[in-house]
Ligand binder design. Structure first.
Ligand SMILES: *[C@@H]1O[C@H](CO)[C@@H](O)[C@H](O)[C@H]1NC(C)=O
Ligand SMILES: *[C@@H]1O[C@H](CO)[C@@H](O)[C@H](O)[C@H]1NC(C)=O
Length: 563
């Protein structure tokens, strides 16, 4: 509510952009230190326009999370009864009071905001640095990432009017930093021996020890080559940071490694935030090609969409993660599987933003979508440049409402040493993994004590092949490694299972974790060797049962359990 003085001032000045009486402000979010690798390099130019977003407090987060667990837990009477768009939005939509209070604050400051999420919980607005500093009691400055030279405008703290505390979740980008270390897989020398193609028996060809192809995955995991039949069963692949999926490379990949499939088998393109998918051979992205070749080439005939998210509204931080989920939440029939091979260190993100994004995964999960992310390629250290006294979990793998996919290597499989796994510092351990993780922690004893948070959500949830994977980029074949390989491979398996379920009129698997840690666990093959070293330790060892290196999947058996 405006004070009388402010109201008079407002009338006199025909509502000047800046109220004359400052509201009492309260610190909302603060970062104790600049993230590793960044330096403060001066004040931001006062007239630079910032594209900011504000998240309103959602009306019933606990209700949404309970609904998600109810539809995703095999023993629940509501298992598989996924929510509609409207049912999810009811939990998420902010109260009318919150909308009114925040709009009044914006109006007082001459700000026009736009709604950017289907439930109305996210608003976007653009204001110059000078106004943002006044509005939020902030100190927007330039931070330079030393190794890459990339600059970002951020503040280490900001405030909001004290009376808006119960209405505002967060303002972004403020204390969240982008991830210049986003590791993308690099291609290495092409395989020398002839790779496995078109395998007809269950035996895993010898060449799979050095080169992974779709035929190796079919033999290892019992993945069928028969085409999927249900057109409403969709698989979506996220594309960020100008990684483009090349059609000609996909044709070469299919004609070489899936000769039983028409080489014209392809994906649908969806763009947002000014995203593109140019087709020059020189613009083919290793990550995008990998993700598309190991979905189209493994999830035989499952309708697949490549979603290319552009950079119109952001600087490589997490707005793209938010926009892709809000875009899918706006659809009446979102894809049943979404795979994403990008992520960043958990400690670069504000807790409020991490929570908000995690809750967005809960929303899409409640609609029946399986959300898979690669766990990261830095072992227990995450993407750290130098200093490393404690393990660094990755985001969003610490979020309990998505499925984190780690990597294995070799035949027989062992856990891949680069595969990130560990324990979140932001999110507490969810009940679905309590028993599996407690068994692991007991066996671990005091190893790595003090270097990780024993009460945090443990990840990854599953692992699949992620090393020496053959792909085509710019017409050339080569090998790549990383959990980036594992996520699309696992996504393909889930999509094929969903196809079989849909064919007999059953709902998709949806949010997978409660199933993976209960009835679905019997279908997993336990990986008991290897570890994920980092920070001058051996990391976490693989053992019998759940461990941060996880296990692999046998398709035939999961199928049995899913039915
Ligand atoms: C692949 O295997 C199928 C039978 O499973 C066979 O009909 C086809 O000719 C094979 N293709 C190649 C290129 O070997
Ligand atoms: C450890 O995890 C818990 C549960 O998520 C969290 O509340 C706590 O802040 C974490 N501790 C540290 C030091 O990050």
């Amino acid at each position: 509510m405006l004070t009388r003085v402010a109201l008079l001032a407002c009338l006199a000045a025909v509502c000047a952009a800046k109220p004359l009486v400052a509201r009492s402000m309260q610190l909302h979010e603060v970062r104790d230190e600049v993230p590793d690798g960044f330096v403060h390099s001066g004040a931001a130019p006062q007239d630079t326009v910032l594209n900011l977003r504000l998240a309103l407090v959602q009306s019933d987060t606990a209700g949404l999370q309970k609904a998600l667990m109810d539809v995703s837990t095999p023993s629940s009477a509501l298992y598989g009864q996924h929510l509609t768009k409207e049912e999810v939005e009811k939990f998420v939509a902010p109260s009318a009071d919150s909308v009114a209070a925040v709009n009044a604050w914006f109006a007082e400051n001459g700000i026009t905001a736009k709604t950017v999420s289907p439930a109305g919980d996210w608003l976007s607005f653009s204001i110059p640095v000078s106004q943002a500093n006044d509005l939020l009691d902030a100190d927007f400055s330039v931070f330079t990432h030393q190794e890459t030279g990339q600059t970002s405008i951020r503040t280490l703290a900001y405030s909001i009017p004290a009376d808006l505390k119960e209405h505002v979740d967060l303002v972004h980008p403020t204390i969240t930093f982008p991830n210049p270390f986003a590791r993308l897989p690099a291609m290495v020398a092409p395989p020398k021996a002839k790779p496995a193609v078109n395998v007809t028996s269950d035996a895993v060809p010898a060449s799979c020890s050095s080169t992974i192809t779709p035929a190796c995955l079919q033999a290892l995991y019992g993945i069928p080559t028969t085409p999927a039949t249900v057109s409403s069963n969709q698989l979506a692949v996220s594309g960020f940071i100008e990684q483009f999926a090349n059609q000609a490379d996909l044709r070469t990949f299919l004609s070489t490694l899936r000769p039983d499939l028409p080489a014209t088998t392809t994906f649908t393109l969806q763009t947002l935030d000014g995203g593109q998918n140019p087709q020059a051979a020189s613009e083919a992205g290793v990550e995008a090609n990998l993700d598309i070749q190991y979905t189209i080439g493994v999830a035989t005939k499952v309708p697949t969409t490549f979603i290319s998210v552009g950079e119109n509204f952001h600087d490589g931080a997490l707005e793209g993660f938010l926009d892709i989920i809000n875009f899918l939440l706006g659809e009446t029939a979102p894809p049943q599987v979404l795979t994403t091979s990008y992520g960043q260190n958990e400690n670069t993100i504000s807790r409020a933003l991490a929570n908000n994004l995690c809750n967005a995964y809960a929303q899409l999960g409640a609609r029946g979508t399986s959300i898979l992310f690669a766990s990261g390629d830095g072992g227990v250290a995450g993407s750290q440049s130098s200093r490393c006294t404690t393990f660094l979990p990755t985001f969003p793998s610490g979020c309990p409402f998505m499925t984190s996919v780690g990597a294995t290597t070799g035949v027989p499989e062992t856990s891949a040493s680069f595969s990130s796994g560990g324990f979140s510092n932001f999110f507490a351990q969810p009940s679905y993994q309590a028993s599996a993780v407690s068994t692991f922690l007991t066996a671990l004893g005091n190893t790595n004590s003090g270097k990780f948070n024993r009460s945090g959500r443990a990840f990854p949830d599953i692992a699949a092949q992620g090393d020496n994977v053959e792909i085509f980029v710019g017409g050339e074949s080569g090998l790549v490694g990383g959990t980036s390989c594992s996520s699309p491979i696992f996504a393909s398996v889930i999509s094929l299972l969903n196809d079989e379920l849909a064919a007999v009129g059953k709902p998709p698997l949806g949010f997978l974790n409660p199933f993976l840690y209960s009835t679905g666990a019997a279908a997993l093959n336990d990986i008991t060797t290897g570890s994920n070293p980092g920070c001058n330790t051996n990391g976490f060892p693989a053992r019998a049962g759940w461990d941060p290196d996880r296990c692999r999947l046998m398709m035939g058996k999961v199928e049995h359990h899913a039915k």
